[in-house]
Design a protein around this ligand. Structure first.
Ligand SMILES: C[S@@+](CC[C@H](N)C(=O)[O-])C[C@H]1O[C@@H](n2cnc3c(N)ncnc32)[C@H](O)[C@@H]1O
Length: 304
């Protein structure tokens, strides 16, 4: 089998690569569907024109993925009142092929004023005042290319730039994925920095990324949910989507120090007012609302 070729899933042995599923959907909801699928299946996704491409482990039979994937996509369309034709296109790609394609799309990326996210396989010569974060995201979410990650990074940079009092602000990153926000936070000067994810694979990847960034060695990673992290923080960031942010509101609110800041991200425009109201009822006031594409970050401050 030549690298780069894709095959119908009936023709290959499982376990040596990735099932590739192209799920057609209206362009206006591609980002939202990609986020839902990435979260549910914990796998790589690519947003394409009028479709989302999903890479699924070949250790499971394609027919097992097909049943559950198509049900999820059908429910997603139904919840938005959209028709669903059910025409998912399946294929198979070898590991090497998938990795090469993934890496091709991941170049050094400047975010905000000082941060540069650079993959391990690219060389980058820093300019004066650059804060360089080296990353190998693996299968975890968080390369800096997604709008929600960029919104969070820019917000963290702004919070740090306008922090006037000593000591440095503490930071909690809830749903750390590749560790990108926590590690960038440590490089920007937040202390201490803690991060949590309920996906063990994400924590493993985040800890590998920490080794690539010795200046972020003090970041502590926790497996679980925000409840598993001790203490309260001057700054809490959570890039998780509206559903989990609503479900964890009581716990998340308890993690922010009085007067502290909370960045809620992964919201779509139409979800902002409901999520904002929920946190206002818990003692938070809205400071800012930033948008990139369909995605919004709501910045709030704890009043008491
Ligand atoms: C959209 S990714 C964000 C990754 C990274 N923070 C970023 O900004 O790019 C969301 C992450 O939250 C994790 N997650 C989802 N629900 C969670 C929960 N209740 N507690 C902790 N982590 C959660 C997922 O495993 C995933 O790694």
């Amino acid at each position: 089998m030549k690298s780069g070729e894709c095959f119908s899933f009936k023709e290959v042995n499982v376990g040596k690569g990735w099932w590739m599923a192209d799920v057609p959907c209206p362009e206006s909801v591609c980002d939202e569907l990609a986020a839902v699928l990435a979260d549910l299946f914990g796998v790589g996704v690519q947003v394409q024109d009028n479709a989302v491409r999903l890479y699924l482990s070949a250790e499971k039979a394609a027919s097992d993925w097909k049943t559950v994937l198509e049900k999820v996509v059908e429910n997603f369309h139904a919840s938005l009142g959209l028709p669903w034709a059910g025409a998912v296109n399946y294929g198979f790609c070898e590991d090497a092929d998938w990795n090469a394609r993934w890496k091709e799309g991941f170049k050094p990326l400047r975010v905000g004023r000082r941060l540069v996210i650079t993959p391990t396989w690219e060389s980058y010569t820093p300019q004066a005042h650059d804060v360089v974060l080296t990353l190998d995201p693996g299968m975890a979410f968080g390369t800096g290319h997604h709008e929600t990650t960029r919104l969070c990074l820019e917000w963290l940079e702004d919070v740090m730039a306008t922090w006037s009092s000593a000591p440095a602000p503490s930071l909690l990153d809830v749903g750390t994925g590749s560790g990108i926000l926590a590690l960038a936070g440590a490089l920007l000067g937040f202390r201490p920095v803690m991060a949590v994810d309920n996906d063990a694979d994400a924590i493993e990847i985040a800890q590998k990324n920490q080794i690539l960034n010795p200046k972020a060695a003090s970041v502590q990673f926790f497996m679980g949910t925000a409840e598993n992290v001790p203490g309260r923080f001057a700054v809490v960031v959570a890039n998780i989507q509206a559903g989990p942010l609503m479900a964890m509101a009581d716990v998340l609110a308890q993690k922010v120090e009085p007067g502290g800041r909370l960045g809620l991200c992964g919201l779509l425009e139409e979800q902002v007012s409901e999520v904002t109201r929920r946190y206002e009822a818990l003692g938070f006031g809205k400071e800012r609302h930033r948008q990139a594409g369909p995605w919004v970050l709501v910045a709030m401050r704890c009043r008491a």
